[in-house]
Design a protein around this ligand. Structure first.
Ligand SMILES: *Cc1c(COP(=O)(O)O)cnc(C)c1O
Length: 361
């Protein structure tokens, strides 16, 4: 079995060069005679590696100095709760933009900690397009505005950063972080589970404007407090050492690829090729999303006859195209085109889609 082209939505493909380097370093990392997973996070080797990973991430995204970078655990889902715990005081409200599955989940998990105002929702349009900015009911006194720039399941993406005035903008970038250059200064807080575009699961990366670290006076355990994590270099307790290390290797890989300008161009080209193939198939394949909101990272499509789905999945897997099955809530297909998925993979997929349509008429 050789490596396949992996279109998994998450946990997702990791660059082959990163995996090969981790393999080479598995038994003897950095001259230590042990793997990175087998040594103290308080040791100099680990601390140096962790600082380098943070430095490389900061330089990729040009993170301004007044932002802290945290490497946490608990995934994006834990942050749905921990963000309101840290950014909202008792009785505060926060605005949420609901554009699909994950932003809806963020609303439901925030409920115990903040008064949620759903300022806009794409639900009446079945999340096939984004709620028009002019219709958002934002509250200037909100503790923050939360949105999900890329909806991994619904396949809709914001192609610009919404202007929400002085209220801090909070973004769940789990499935689009590092996919193109980003103006971090427009955000109060950015967070991302690592398992889509950064590395393995079990790691969460957060970029938070430092003035927000001390927002709340609410009582909570230290482990939940962003300010404590920042003051302790995200090592209040044992971090995910393996995840941090692999994320660091991925950041180095991204620099070697030419950084986020180069990745942004590649990601646009990959998505354009797949959407063109779908749109030019005379209805054999269909993507239902408003073209202005189509995701570059997660491309949904259906076949003209759902009775062909099983054959499509079986035959694609047989030629080494992995994980094209759509999310169970929506059916159909989904191809996730994260950074670690090269243009070649999309070329192989579009070639297969053409062949399949010819063979199955
Ligand atoms: C995958 C995903 C999540 C959930 O991440 P966990 O780390 O499993 O909690 C949340 N938001 C978005 C946008 C995602 O893609």
């Amino acid at each position: 079995m050789s490596r396949v082209w992996n279109f998994s939505a998450g946990p997702a493909a990791i660059p082959q060069e990163v995996l090969e380097r981790a393999q080479r370093e598995m038994l003897d990392w950095n001259g230590s005679g042990a793997s990175v997973m087998e040594q103290s996070h308080r040791g100099k080797r680990f601390i140096d590696m962790a600082a380098q990973a943070e430095f490389d991430l900061r330089s990729l995204l040009a993170v301004p100095d007044d932002y802290a970078v945290l490497f946490l655990q608990g995934g994006a889902t834990q942050q749905f709760a921990q963000i309101p715990m840290n950014l909202a005081g008792e009785g505060d409200s926060a605005d949420y933009i609901v554009s699909g599955h994950w932003s809806a989940k963020a609303v439901s998990e925030a409920g115990p900690y903040v008064r949620v105002n759903v300022a806009a929702s794409g639900e009446p349009d079945d999340f096939l397009k984004l709620p028009a900015r002019a219709d958002w009911q934002l509250d200037p006194r909100a503790a923050y505005v939360h949105y999900t720039p890329n909806e991994t399941i619904h396949g809709v993406e914001f192609h610009d950063i919404p202007d929400v005035g002085e209220v801090p903008l909070v973004a769940d970038m789990s499935s689009n972080i590092l996919s193109e250059p980003l103006d971090v200064s427009r955000f109060g807080l950015i967070y991302a589970g690592a398992q889509k575009n950064i590395g393995p699961s079990g790691l969460l990366v957060m970029i938070i404007r430092r003035d927000l670290l001390l927002r709340t006076s609410r009582s909570m355990a230290r482990i939940f407090r962003f300010a404590e994590q920042a003051a302790n270099d995200s090592m209040l307790n044992t971090p995910n050492t393996w995840g941090w290390y692999l994320a660091g290797l991925t950041f180095q890989w991204l620099h070697a690829q030419g950084g986020l300008v180069a990745m942004g161009e590649r990601n646009r080209a990959k998505a354009a090729l797949l959407y063109r193939t779908i749109d030019d198939s005379d209805g054999y394949y269909r993507n239902p999303i408003d073209p202005s909101a189509r995701s570059r990272m997660n491309v949904r499509f259906t076949l003209h006859d759902a009775a062909l789905d099983a054959a499509f999945l079986e035959e694609s897997e047989a030629v080494g195209l992995l994980a094209l099955k759509g999310h169970k809530a929506l059916g159909g297909m989904r191809a996730s085109l994260y950074n670690a998925v090269p243009l070649e993979a999309v070329e192989a997929l579009t070639q297969f889609m053409g062949d399949f349509a010819t063979r199955h008429g």
